[in-house]
Design a binder for this molecule. Structure first.
Ligand code: SAM
Length: 185
C-alpha cells in the first residue's frame, strides 16, 4: 500500500493537470472566438439531454453539424447513435483541429471539414444539426429548402428558423432549453 501511494499521487496530479488544461483551453477559446458573427459556444448539456429525449435523430443514418466547433454536439450524438455516419463543418481552423483531436482520442471516424457551412452540400444527409444565430437563419432556410431531401430532419438549438411551407416544425422545450426540430416536406 505504501509503495502505491506515490503513484496514486502522480495519477491524481496528472488528472488535475488535464482538467486544468481543459478549463484553460475552453476559457481561451470562449474569450478569443466570442466576437465572430456566429460565435463559438459549445452546446449545453441541457440541449443535449433534450435532443436525446426528443428522439429526433433516431432514424437518421447520416448527420452533419454545420458549425461544429470543437465537436461537443457531434460527440454527444456519437454516444447516442454509434452507428450513424457523422461529420462536421467548421470554418475556424483551431476548432477543426480540436474536434479532429477529440475524435482521434475517441477512436471515431468522424470527418471534420474545414470550410464554410453554406458551401457544404446537404443532398445526401438525413439530418442537419447546429446552433445558428438569427443572422444566418434566412440563408440557411433557403439552403435547406433547396438541398435537403424530403424527410430530412433539421435541428436548430435555441433559435427558431423563419417559417417556410416546406419545413414542418416541432418545438421541444424543457425549462430554459429549447430545440426547434424541422422536417423537410
Ligand atoms: C454556437 S457554435 C456551435 C458549436 C457546436 N455545434 C456545438 O454545439 O458543439 C457555432 C460554430 O459555428 C462556427 N461557424 C460560424 N460561421 C461558420 C460558417 N460560415 N461556416 C462554418 N462554421 C461556422 C463558429 O466558428 C462556431 O464554432
Amino acid at each position: 500500500m505504501r509503495d502505491a501511494l506515490p503513484w496514486l499521487l502522480i495519477v491524481i496530479q496528472l488528472i488535475l493537470v488535464c482538467l486544468l488544461v481543459r478549463i484553460v483551453m475552453r476559457m481561451a477559446l470562449l474569450t478569443f472566438l466570442h466576437r465572430q458573427t456566429l460565435p463559438y459556444v459549445p452546446i449545453s448539456r441541457g440541449h443535449i439531454r433534450l435532443l436525446r429525449q426528443s428522439r429526433a435523430l433516431e432514424s437518421a443514418q447520416t448527420i452533419v453539424d454545420l458549425g461544429c466547433g470543437d465537436g461537443v454536439l457531434l460527440s454527444a450524438i456519437a454516444k447516442s447513435y454509434p452507428n450513424a455516419k457523422l461529420s462536421g463543418v467548421e470554418w475556424n481552423f483551431t476548432l477543426v483541429l480540436l474536434a479532429r483531436l477529440r475524435f482521434f482520442f475517441q477512436r471515431k471516424r468522424t470527418p471534420i471539414i474545414h470550410g464554410d457551412m453554406f458551401d457544404f452540400p446537404l443532398n445526401d444527409v438525413d439530418a442537419v444539426v447546429g446552433w445558428w444565430i438569427p443572422d444566418y437563419a434566412q440563408r440557411l432556410v433557403e439552403k435547406f429548402v433547396a438541398e435537403c431531401r424530403p424527410g430530412c430532419v433539421i435541428m436548430s438549438a435555441m433559435f427558431s428558423l423563419p417559417e417556410h411551407p416546406k419545413l414542418q416544425l416541432q418545438e421541444v422545450r424543457e425549462g430554459k432549453y429549447s430545440l426547434f426540430i424541422y422536417r423537410k416536406m
